[in-house]
Write a protein that binds this ligand. Structure first.
Ligand code: ADP
Ligand code: MG
Length: 683
């Protein structure tokens, strides 16, 4: 629970259900509708293992009114034995009308006696992580709810009449009476949700308003743009002209750098919009003025690529670029650190290692963070602390491809200025996306053969099997920890595919890339692919962010149904970077859920990151509120930036009043909602 940030009673009390399960009643099997999620109870009349296609357990259940087929693609022998003929089962799941009549795939199953009592109220389903069972979480939440201090801290009049108190709202949402329907509770405009969202937005707005006030007193070096300086010289050697959008954002950044107050700016632009060169131009201004710059990326692969690119652009102009990652040998590292400390290195590129303890800058003037949403909150905080340690604070530019519409970003991220690159470099041919069932895999491999014969390069992306492990691994990479120490991941998918493609494409180089390879090997594989020595790169999502090989024109994503929309968008952004027409093939394995279908359809219909973010929201629907649950960038758990605009406006006004007229209430409110975490919002 600590891992989920559930530390204090109030944190648990604010850990609200994602949705509810109605286990208060049984539905007659004969009345089940297609797509309905329902609980039924009956007797097993048949139980067998089908071997014909994929090995699966089929159980037929009869409740007197009709029959339903229960289908299990993964099962234990013990389950097959326990759910035998004549046994009574209570099951809950989504109904489909398939070829063999009504069925449920992987319902939850309980063996019961006749007359086993039903639940008295709706059962909350909490967001959880692997290994933390719902039953345990339910008990912990229920007892924390009793202990948590929930007295009113907001002044009278700030909360609209007709809304419940915080205590009432929480009780209603955690323990809804049986009379309340799950639909009503999951609806985002239920007054209990309104109250919580308002409280949350208010805490966030108040703390940001405070932070902005504090930042206004900080001092930063003034970094003017010199005519004929490094920035102009860099522009002159670039192999392309900037787009209008790039010119505009460079200008916005240049103006910030020329002020004595630290810049705190987010540069957002869809994948492939050309953020890196903007960062390089900003760095050029700072270096020309005699200050050092640091560029930090979330993975070694990405950092390495930036390093190469920046060395290529800047070293001929006399800039010395240092390289820092967790995996450097200590001797090399010492040398790099010394160069940074003496000021000999003007620019430092690397992973999270760039901000670790031992790194001392001579004069850091500008910090650049790429794919900032990929950094953990703790790391962003560490960076800020490092920056604050100097007497002059450096300027800060963060980059992200996660689109937040501009107006929302400005209101929501009240302490952040936003620049948006809303134009792609010219000459890109749009990516065509195709959605295929697994059965067409051989055809896809044929296509790859044609592509590599023409000299194009291909990515083949495989998911990792265990999702929790995968996110741990991402966190690991971010923290720059050696990945070899950790338990083995299930890499069978990616290694098998690598094997298969190596055989099918004999004579062409097929590389393998995943998070568990030693850093040096990862770098080598990536370098070979960039140089065109490998035709195909079979990889896990380690290539998700930022990797840039313009000659790659085909991407195949295997098990595309297992990826989130924004992740698919990021992955797909690895192709379509050159002038050749690019194709992205999404392979899925049946059966696809409705959501899965909609997701893949959305991918096929648009390549616009903003549109994809919007569809993602539509598809997820109520109950799954966007915010922190989706991206680390936002720390909102309940409120929804797009749908709750009116609450946001209300919260913004209230925040001003609260800070101005009720500073003690403001303090208490922030402490309740953010705990020790108010710093996170500044990160
Ligand atoms: P992202 O915004 O996703 O970080 P990159 O900075 O990696 O995008 O840029 C994508 C590719 O486009 C790179 O190969 C880069 O050199 C190229 N590029 C950037 N700006 C332009 C431009 N104005 N004209 C042509 N190519 C550009
Ligand atoms: Mg990038």
């Amino acid at each position: 629970m600590l891992r989920m940030g559930l530390q204090r009673d109030i944190d648990l009390a604010l850990h609200l259900p994602l949705r509810y399960e109605d286990e208060t009643r049984l539905v007659p099997i004969s009345t089940l509708r297609d797509g309905q999620t329902a609980q039924v109870e009956g007797e097993v009349v048949d139980n067998r293992v089908d071997q014909r296609q994929r090995r699966q357990l089929l159980v037929r259940l009869d409740d007197g009114s009709g029959e339903v087929l229960l289908r299990f693609l993964n099962f234990y022998g013990s389950q097959q034995k326990a759910w035998t003929k004549g046994v009574r089962l209570r099951v809950r799941g989504e109904v489909r009308h398939g070829f063999f009549g009504r069925e449920m795939v992987h319902p939850t199953v309980k063996v019961v006696q006749e007359g086993t009592p039903l639940a008295a109220s709706l059962t909350p389903v909490y967001p959880t992580t692997a290994g933390l069972p719902q039953s345990y979480l339910r008990k912990a939440v229920a007892s924390a709810l009793q202990r948590a201090p929930l007295h009113e801290v907001l002044p009278p009049g700030m909360v609209p009449r007709g809304w419940p108190t915080l205590r009432e709202a929480l009780h209603a949402l955690h323990h809804p009476p049986a009379s309340m329907s799950a639909e009503a509770l999951e609806a985002p405009h239920h007054p209990a949700w309104q109250r919580l969202k308002f409280e949350e937005l208010l805490a966030q707005q108040t703390s940001q308003l405070q932070a902005r006030g504090e930042r206004a007193h900080l001092k930063a070096p003034v970094l003017p743009t010199r005519p004929g300086g490094l920035q102009e010289r860099l522009l002159a050697v670039l192999p392309f002209a900037l787009t209008g959008a790039q010119r505009r954002v460079v200008e916005e950044i240049a103006q910030d750098l020329n002020r004595p107050m630290p810049m705190h700016r987010l540069l957002q632009g869809d994948v492939g919009s050309g953020k890196t060169v903007v960062a390089a131009l900003a760095a050029a201004i700072a270096m020309e003025a005699g200050w050092q710059c640091a560029l930090m990326a979330p993975t070694e692969i990405l950092a390495e690529q930036h390093f190469r690119k920046l060395v290529g652009w800047l070293e001929p102009l006399g800039v010395k670029v240092a390289w820092l990652t967790g995996s450097l040998r200590s001797k090399v590292k010492q040398a790099q650190l010394a160069a940074v400390a003496s000021g000999e290195a003007h620019l430092v590129v690397g992973t999270h290692a760039v901000i670790q303890e031992q790194v001392a800058f001579q004069r850091l003037g500008l910090a650049l963070i790429d794919e900032q949403h990929r950094f953990g909150v703790a790391q962003r905080l560490e960076l800020r602390r490092k920056l604050e340690a100097q007497d002059l604070e450096p300027h800060l530019l963060m980059m992200s491809a996660t689109p937040i519409p501009r107006t929302l970003a400005m209101t929501y991220l009240a302490d952040l200025d936003v620049s948006t690159i809303d134009e792609l470099p010219p000459g890109r041919t749009p990516i065509v996306t195709r959605v295929f069932g697994d059965a067409r895999r051989p055809e896809v491999i044929e296509r790859i053969r044609d592509e590599v014969a023409k000299g194009s390069q291909v990515y083949w992306v495989c998911p990792l099997i265990d999702e929790t492990e995968a996110s741990d691994q991402a966190a690991d990479e971010q923290a720059g920890r050696a990945s070899q120490r950790r338990a083995p991941l299930d890499l069978s998918n990616v290694t098998q595919t690598h094997q298969e493609l190596s055989e099918a494409l004999a004579g062409h180089g097929v590389g393998l890339l995943h998070g568990r390879l030693p850093a040096a090997e990862k770098a080598e594989v990536m370098a070979k692919f960039s140089a065109g020595e490998l035709s195909v790169l079979v990889a896990t999502t380690v290539i998700e962010v930022g990797v840039d090989v313009p000659n790659a024109s085909l991407m195949v994503i295997e098990h595309a149904e297992r990826f989130g929309l924004s992740q698919l968008h990021q992955l797909r952004g690895r192709v379509g970077r050159g002038s050749v027409a690019s194709v992205c093939v999404l392979l899925f394995s049946a059966p696809l859920s409705d959501q899965g279908k909609q997701r893949l359809k959305a991918m096929a219909e648009t390549t616009d990151g903003f549109e994809i973010a919007r569809r993602d929201l539509d598809i997820r629907g109520p109950g799954e509120f966007m915010g922190a649950r989706q991206s680390g960038a936002a720390l909102l758990r309940f409120a929804d930036l797009m749908a709750d605009q009116d609450l946001l406006d209300r919260a913004r006004e209230a925040a001003e009043t609260l800070l101005r007229d009720h500073p003690e209430a403001a303090r208490q409110h922030i402490a309740r909602w953010l705990g020790g975490k108010e710093e996170f919002l500044k990160a």
